[in-house]
Design a protein around this ligand. Structure first.
Ligand code: UDX
Length: 433
């Protein structure tokens, strides 16, 4: 059975290469011909650990190929994974025109039974729309099924997440579709949870929103710790030791960013409200998250008072370590605010600087540096925005020598407060003294 993967963004590319690694014959396709050309040569347009190696390996094995001819890829395949983008509109709803376009292409090219699998994160009930669109535009009554198989990959460990999944959710409405998907994930049979399509669609949004909620919760507790003698790192540890709570996703800091959490929590809020459900809980979590950068900047102002003409080193731009992705990164709001206040920024990130240059081109106020030490040179304060391991390993004694004023505002609690202060720094962490 041949598999087509439509869309070669994060999800599509990892899915195509991952399914090929499982031994299936996969054809990846995208309407962006330049991108297909690049990927066909084994070059990944995004930075994702292990992805380029997996691409090269599966291309060389012959299991994976790419084409810009979306129609041909559809005609050739028995199972079609839909991995196109679902960006949010002004009100926070998922914008579904790309999905609808793909559904029409599938209808036009329906030359035999196919299973159409949505893998993009979509609102509950999307598969019903896909089914309706394909039904409306197909010629004759060629049979097809729709299914939902949401992707849970994290940027930075996407390849591992795909190759070693915790669970595989398969939402189907016929045995034929179920059998096709179970066969594709044969290797992980015991980890497959088969549900209805609505349930599968909801599991994705509900999971991401829950994790976002957990982060906002610990950030609220961090604010409480900031105003008392409690230490949020220890509160999180003490809470997390209860297996019902768990230790993961209790890291206080600048809040969540990236392409999923902010978008998914707003999308689920809208879905619920459109259906008449009170989604106030999620609205509050989103509000807490938005407040994180303001809290952080207040600390910068507390340390420096006036920001105009101050030299400020900013370490970390990506929304989290091990990625070059800056979508919804708190660094963007922080830089924008500091520039507005008249500060001169010295910025460094191991991977995300090229992306940031598109938003803030190098200027008198925004200088991109070659390393953290260069950024720290003559700075009046140093801000930690993303917790790259490279920063944990910094020689802080050297940093102190380089800086004009030894002030660190740490948005990610990277350092041991006692050790940092022992080196003569004024240190502002999150939710701890
Ligand atoms: C997330 C989900 O984890 C994944 O399952 C889904 O498919 C896509 O969304 P990703 O966006 O890559 O993945 O990042 P993740 O590692 O989950 O982190 C999301 C954000 O939360 C980051 O900005 C991170 O800095 C922040 N975060 C995470 C915290 O602030 N505290 C934590 O304890 C954990």
């Amino acid at each position: 059975m041949k598999i087509a993967v439509i869309g070669t963004g994060y999800v599509g590319l990892v899915t195509a290469a991952g399914l090929a690694e499982f031994g299936h014959t996969v054809i990846g396709t995208d309407k962006d011909a330049a991108k297909i050309d690049l990927i066909s040569r084994g070059i990944s347009p995004i930075y994702e650990p292990g992805l380029e190696d997996l691409l090269k390996k599966t291309l060389a094995s012959g299991n994976l190929s790419f084409t810009a001819d979306v129609d041909a890829a559809i005609r050739d395949a028995g199972v079609i994974f839909v991995c196109v983008g679902t960006p949010q509109d002004e009100e926070g709803r998922a914008e579904m025109s790309q999905i609808e376009g793909v559904a029409r292409s599938i209808a036009r090219n329906l030359n035999g039974y196919k299973v159409v699998v949505e893998k993009s994160t979509v609102p509950v009930k999307t598969s019903e729309w896909i089914k309706r669109v394909i039904g409306l535009y197909r010629r004759g009554d060629t049979p097809f099924d729709v299914a939902s198989n949401p992707e849970f990959l994290r940027e930075g460990s996407a390849v591992r997440d795909f190759l070693e999944p915790d669970r595989i959710i398969v939402g189907v409405e016929t045995d034929r579709a179920r059998d096709a998907l179970v066969r594709i994930y044969e290797k992980f049979r015991e980890r497959v949870l088969v549900t209805s399509i609505d349930t599968a669609e909801l599991i994705k949004h509900a999971s991401n929103s829950f994790l976002a909620l957990k982060i906002s919760y610990i950030n609220m507790i961090a604010d409480l710790c900031d105003r008392t003698d409690a230490d949020v790192e220890q509160v999180a540890l003490g809470m997390g030791l209860d297996p019902r709570i768990g230790r993961q996703f209790l890291k206080a800091g600048l809040g969540y960013g990236g392409s999923c959490f902010p978008k998914d929590i707003r999308a689920l809020t809208k879905i619920g409200e459109d259906l008449g459900v009170d989604m106030g809980l999620l609205r509050e979590a989103d509000k807490v998250n938005h407040g994180r950068t303001g809290q952080f900047l207040d600390k910068v102002k507390k340390a420096l008072w006036i920001l105009k003409d101050k030299k400020i080193a900013v370490l970390g731009l990506a929304f989290k370590p091990e990625t070059d992705d800056i979508r919804e990164a708190s660094s963007i709001r922080i830089i924008r605010e500091l520039v507005k206040e008249g500060a001169a920024l010295r910025i460094y990130d191991p991977k995300a600087m090229d992306n940031m240059k598109e938003i803030f081109p190098p200027s008198a106020q925004v200088a991109y540096c070659e390393g953290p030490y260069q950024a720290a040179q003559d700075a009046n304060a140093l801000l930690v925005v993303t917790e790259w391991e490279e920063f944990r390993a910094l020689d802080l004694g050297r940093v102190r020598e380089l800086m004009a004023n030894p002030i660190i505002v740490d948005g990610r609690n990277m350092f041991d407060p006692v050790a940092v202060r022992g080196l003569g720094f004024e240190y502002y962490p999150v939710g701890r003294k």
